[in-house]
Structure formats: structure tokens, C-alpha cells
Design a binder for this molecule. Structure first.
Ligand code: GDP
Ligand code: MG
Length: 434
């Protein structure tokens, strides 16, 4: 199957003009791959219709070959469906309340443990409420998880009233920053479960409802998502059990059905088996690794043409911590910064002293600190004031001074880059910062 796709892609590679027949052939192969991965047929048909229309009607941008054009469209449309790399949980207000829903066995409680730990590493202190009165062991499972993480838990295995549990838990945790509510996934009748979710949602008034879907259930994912979305507004999706052979195509259909982004992927039973959703990786699973590699490389090649804009923005002073992070990643690949600078004509001694003196140890430290920052903080570092400094330090296990040092380094680098921008240094420096 994957081979088929590669073969058609090769055929397309030799072409300079888009041939209707070849486009149709590529699309047929993509259809097959998607259907085999459990993507809903209607969705596959809609998707291929869009790809075909665009491939045949849109003029490829200047300098882009027919092949690159079709490939970019396929990739675009899949990403379009799945959403860009999801934003993380943003704590917009306090307490920020997250309600977990999903069928029994889908992995709610396990995912709550994983996410609680993930958020704890970011310096948050999530409190958890157990409202699952159906499974006798539900409270015990959470008790063990939270005990290991040293996180607050509210639950009462003797109380069989889920709404009462929710109310009492919220009261107990009203001073917390972040509350996660676990729910039951089973009832005598499915309707009773859905009714309970609707009522719990009304009591909790969640800021975000996360729907947990078992990645191995294939086509049923769509219906499940639909059923839950009729009880409460689903804000985001967690797909579990993608550590096995399942490709998560069902999940794609669920996403398309309810329009909520996937935020996390569960890749195992252990508490660290959680990945932030990455559409690229997800699409490679759906289509077959080899094929998507080509897809993405091509797509990126095309994107490079437009990257100048991002570059200009950066040189004019829009340099965020996130940009600095990518720089670090690249430097790690290329070797120590001073060495890199020496390779660039005339640049060796132009960088501020402390910038060229970042040791690898420091880079490592800075990266750990940045891992404890939220998306918002990375893109708008100016919001990082005293309380955020403290939280980031706590989350990364470092001192407040370390956070301040990183921010100082960022300021110095930003200034230096702005300086370069004024002197219109493009070329090698531009490439370096990409
Ligand atoms: P809940 O009923 O929705 O709360 O589901 P649980 O969290 O209790 O999980 C049900 C089962 O699925 C447990 O045996 C978990 O260990 C397992 N599980 C959950 N997430 C994953 C995952 O990402 N990968 C694998 N392999 N197993 C998982
Ligand atoms: Mg559970």
C-alpha cells in the first residue's frame, strides 16, 4: 500500500504540468491508505474531492513544480482537518477547570495522571476530583496516581452521587489554579451516562472539556465523539493507545465530526507515555512513514520561499523565546555557537560576548527552563513577571535566578539581532536563524 503511493508519487515527480489522470491516480492511492487506517469513507471522499479540485484548478505558485504543488495540497488538507500543532492548555483564568469525558476503558484516568504530571512539570499544581461512582476501584486508581505525584485529590468511595462529589470537590479546590474532573464512562444505559455528563458539565461549568478516545476502536470513534458532543461542548481531544498498531484514522473522523483539536496522544500505560499532538507525526502514521517524509520535505521546501517574511519580522525585532528555542535546537545540531559564528564570514566576533559564550551546559539548562513555559510565555516573553518566574522555576526544578538569567540572555540576543537587522545582514545569518 505504502509502496503504491510512493510509486505514484515518483510518476508525478517527472512531470512539469499537472495531468488529470495522474492526479486521480495519486488521489486513489491516498484514499486507499486513509480507508485502511480507518478513516470514515465519507470523509475520505470529501477530502479527495477537495484535493482534486485544488490540484487541477489552482495555479502552482511561481517556481513550484506540479509534483510539489499536489503534495503540498494533500498535506495542507490533512493538516487543515487535524489543525495545526495544538496549543497547549492555557490557564486563562483561575481556577481553570478541565472536565474529562469518554467511555469506560478509553483511558481517561490514565490520561489525567499523565497530563497532571505534564502540567506539574510546567509548574502548575493541578487538583483532581473523582466523580466516577461506577467503578469501585476508580477512586483508588486516582489516589495512587496523585499520591505518587503529591497532588491534591478529592473523592469519596462511599458517596454514590456524582453531582454531589463534583460540587464538594469544586468547593474544596476553589483556591487552586487548575482543577481536573474525572468522570465515569459507564452506566446501565448509555443514555444514563450521557445524561450524567450533561448534568456534571452543568455543575462544573468547565473551561475546557477533553474527550478521551481509544485510538484502537476505528470507525466507532466518530459516533462516540458525536454522542458526547451532544451533551457538552467538546473543547479538545485526547487519543489514547496509539502505541500499538492502531493508526488513529477513526480519531481523524472524530475530529472532523466535532471540530475540536487533538491536544495529546497516549502512547503507553506509563505516566510518561504522553505526547503533545503533532499533526506531522499523526499524518505519517495515517499514510505510511516513507511517503509522508517526502511530503513534508517537499512542503517545507516550498515554505522556504515564504520564510523570508518570518525572517524579516524577526530582524525587525519580533524575536520571541520560541525563535530562540529553535535557534538552540539548530545550534545543538551544528555544534557550539562560537564555531558556527566563525564559519560565517565576518561574524566571528560580531556577536555579543555573552551570546557566544553560551556553553552547552547552559543551553541545556535554558531548554529545560523553556520546557516549563507555556506557549503564551514563549511567544510573549514580556508577560513573564515575578509570579510566572517563580512558577517556571518550580516546574523546572531550578532557581528564580536561573529564569532571570535566561530572560536576560534573551533580551541581549534580541537586541543583537535587531542590530543585525538594521545592517541588513541576510544570507548566511538568515539561514542560520531559520
Ligand atoms: P478510563 O476508564 O477511561 O478511566 O480508562 P483507564 O484510564 O482506567 O484505562 C483503561 C486501560 O487502558 C488501562 O488498562 C490503561 O492502562 C490502558 N491505557 C490507557 N491509556 C493507554 C495508552 O496510551 N496506551 C496503552 N497501551 N494503554 C493505555
Ligand atoms: Mg477511569
Amino acid at each position: 500500500l505504502g509502496k503504491n503511493l510512493t510509486k505514484t508519487m515518483k510518476k508525478l515527480a517527472g512531470m512539469t504540468i499537472i495531468d488529470e489522470e495522474v492526479v486521480k491516480e495519486v488521489i486513489k492511492d491516498i484514499q486507499r491508505a486513509l480507508i485502511q487506517s480507518d478513516v470514515n469513507i465519507k470523509l475520505v471522499l470529501n477530502l479527495s474531492k477537495t484535493i482534486e479540485d485544488r490540484a487541477l484548478n489552482e495555479e502552482p505558485p511561481k517556481g513550484v513544480t506540479a509534483k510539489e504543488h499536489v503534495i503540498k495540497i494533500v498535506y495542507d488538507e490533512l493538516v487543515n482537518l487535524l489543525g495545526e500543532k495544538a496549543e497547549e492548555v492555557e490557564i486563562e483564568k483561575k481556577p481553570y477547570k478541565i472536565l474529562f469525558v469518554g467511555l469506560q476503558g478509553s483511558g481517561k484516568t490514565t490520561s489525567i495522571g499523565k497530563m497532571a504530571r505534564y502540567l506539574q512539570k510546567k509548574g502548575f499544581n493541578p487538583a483532581i476530583i473523582c466523580t466516577d461512582t461506577w467503578r469501585p476501584a476508580a477512586y483508588e486508581q486516582l489516589r495512587q496516581l496523585t499520591e505518587n505525584l503529591n497532588l491534591p485529590l478529592y473523592g469519596d468511595p462511599d458517596n454514590k452521587d456524582a453531582l454531589d462529589l463534583a460540587r464538594k470537590g469544586l468547593k474544596e479546590f476553589k483556591k487552586q489554579d487548575l482543577i481536573i474532573v474525572d468522570t465515569a464512562g459507564r452506566h446501565k444505559e448509555e443514555k444514563d451516562l450521557l445524561d450524567e455528563m450533561e448534568q456534571i458539565s452543568a455543575v462544573v461549568e468547565p473551561d475546557e472539556v477533553m474527550l478521551v478516545i481509544d485510538g484502537t476502536i476505528g470507525q466507532q470513534a466518530r459516533e462516540q465523539a458525536l454522542a458526547f458532543s451532544q451533551t457538552t461542548k467538546i473543547g479538545s481531544i485526547v487519543i489514547t493507545k496509539l502505541d500499538g498498531s492502531a493508526k488513529g484514522g477513526g480519531a481523524l473522523s472524530a475530529v472532523a465530526e466535532i471540530g475540536a483539536p487533538i491536544k495529546f496522544i497516549g502512547t503507553g500505560e506509563r505516566i510518561e507515555d504522553l505526547e503533545v499532538f503533532d499533526p506531522e507525526r499523526f499524518i505519517s502514521r495515517l499514510l505510511g512513514m516513507g511517503d509522508i517524509r517526502t511530503l513534508i520535505e517537499r512542503a517545507e521546501e516550498i515554505e522556504e520561499d515564504v520564510d523570508q517574511e518570518a525572517m524579516d519580522a524577526m530582524l525587525s525585532g519580533k524575536f520571541t523565546l520560541k525563535d530562540m528555542y529553535s535557534q538552540f535546537e539548530m545550534m545543538n545540531k551544528m555544534g557550539p555557537m562560537q564555531q558556527v559564528m566563525n564559519m560565517l564570514p565576518g561574524m566571528g566576533n560580531k556577536l555579543p560576548k555573552n551570546a557566544s559564550q553560551v556553553t552547552e551546559e547552559k543551553l541545556g539548562k535554558y531548554k529545560i527552563l523553556m520546557d516549563s513555559m507555556t506557549e503564551e510565555e514563549l511567544t510573549h516573553p514580556e508577560i513573564i513577571k515575578q509570579s510566572r518566574v517563580k512558577r517556571i522555576a518550580r516546574g523546572s526544578g531550578m532557581r528564580n535566578e536561573d529564569v532571570k538569567e535566561l530572560l536576560k540572555y534573551y533580551q541581549v540576543t534580541k537586541k543583537a539581532i535587531k542590530g543585525f537587522g538594521k545592517r541588513k545582514m541576510g544570507g548566511p545569518l538568515g539561514q542560520m536563524m531559520r
